[in-house]
Design a protein around this ligand. Structure first.
Ligand SMILES: [Zn+2]
Length: 204
């Protein structure tokens, strides 16, 4: 004996049947959709994706899914490189002209960059394997705040900044966490030590 199903139940059943059919024929359906789509685009060239609108939609999507693109890039480094390369090849002129524009607008920035580079000219060289040695000596901790440098990124810090005449030699190198290094900047090591609450002492 068959009981009469309510419209709701009928709807559910219909959906279920569609889902089962889709799962069983996924490849076939996808292939068909591809052909239909291509045909449609061929017959309706004027209906091509509206570029301006697509740009806004893409930006909106990225805004609403801030991590998705970067996660995808992290998980697909090969593909990302390929995409980037393809983009560069297809947009050579656009990139060159936008770089030229940037240079005109940021003349001052560029001048400062080269000036600072001049100041930071490195005197001396570091021995190979220095970082590994320093990590052990420092017990894998940031010299200033003690942050674990096995988990966090470290910066190679010149104890006496190059800008203040420090040398680029092993004895003048310590490892810090990124934040401490950025806070220290071009400060004299003693000045910076005084400004840190922990006041820890470089190993030298
Ligand atoms: Zn630190």
């Amino acid at each position: 004996m068959q009981t009469k199903l309510s419209p709701e139940e009928l709807k559910k059943r219909r959906h279920l049947r569609t889902a089962v059919y889709y799962q069983a024929n996924k490849e076939k359906i996808k292939a068909r959709a591809k052909i239909i789509g291509a045909e449609y685009r061929k017959n309706n060239p004027h209906k091509k994706r509206n570029k301006a609108r697509a740009k806004i939609a893409d930006a909106k999507y990225r805004n609403n899914n801030p991590n998705k693109t970067s996660i995808w890039k992290q998980n697909n480094p090969e593909k990302n490189r390929k995409h980037a390369k393809k983009y560069r090849e297809l947009n050579k002129e656009k990139i060159t002209s936008s770089q030229a524009k940037w240079r005109v607008v940021n003349k001052e920035k560029i001048r400062l960059y080269w000036q600072n580079r001049g100041k930071r000219k490195r005197t001396g060289t570091l021995t190979k394997g220095l970082v590994g040695k320093l990590l052990k000596i420092q017990n894998y901790q940031c010299i200033y705040c003690g942050l674990d440098l096995r988990i966090n990124r470290y910066h190679i810090d010149h104890i006496m900044p190059l800008a203040l005449g420090g040398l680029n030699i092993d004895k003048n190198i310590q490892l810090t966490c990124v934040l401490c290094n950025l806070k220290k900047g071009y400060k004299h090591p003693d000045t910076f030590k005084l400004s840190t609450a922990s006041g820890s002492i470089p190993y030298l």
